[in-house]
Unconditional design. Structure first.
Length: 187
């Protein structure tokens, strides 16, 4: 099995992608683990919102700036500017339309210039060839009724600089760390 710590958090100064039903949990855990200021961008037409009470176990709400963009292109332009600024640690983009190779490459260059990490949350089956890694995240049933967090299955399905791998993980809200759960512990 590949060592989780060599893959998470993903490589800094690059843009990554995440999909699946637990993609939001992945993004929040990443923001919590990285620390610093994070910008969360989404298109204004989306009716649902992330709630500060819900993400407080992952990241301090004061460290997360939520922004609404009027369109897909405005979201990408805002993300590029935020990544390039050097003022944030992470830029999370909720993507609803495909990101072309040119746009994806611009995000990569902005990440490198600003020494920040970009993370695109996207629908299953969509992605950019420019992304460094793509993760698929899904919940796993936790038989412990006193569990403080849901087990997650995190899988790397695209990796430009390594192998694909999968782990069962659990967020520890007290330490702000991801714990890898062994197969034995799941029984």
């Amino acid at each position: 099995m590949t060592d989780f710590d060599s893959h998470f958090p993903p490589k800094n100064a690059r843009t990554h992608e995440v999909c699946g039903p637990s993609a939001l949990s992945f993004a929040l855990a990443l923001a919590g683990q990285l620390g610093g200021t994070a910008v969360w961008l989404r298109e204004a037409w989306q009716g649902d919102q992330i709630n500060p009470v819900g993400f407080a176990p992952y990241v301090d709400p004061q460290q997360l700036l939520l922004a609404l963009a009027p369109s897909h292109l405005d979201l990408l332009a805002s993300a590029e500017e935020a990544l390039r600024s050097g003022s944030v640690t992470l830029v999370v983009m909720e993507i609803t339309k495909p990101v072309g190779l040119t746009e994806g490459r611009r995000l990569q260059l902005a990440s490198q210039h600003g020494n920040a990490m970009g993370l695109c949350i996207l629908p299953q089956g969509m992605g950019s060839n420019a992304a460094q890694t793509r993760w698929r995240c899904s919940p796993v049933f936790d038989p412990d009724p006193n569990a403080d967090s849901t087990l997650q299955n995190w899988e790397i399905i695209k990796n430009k600089s390594g192998t694909h791998a999968a782990w069962t993980v659990k967020w520890n809200a007290q330490t702000h760390r991801i714990n890898v759960v062994s197969k034995t512990a799941q029984r």
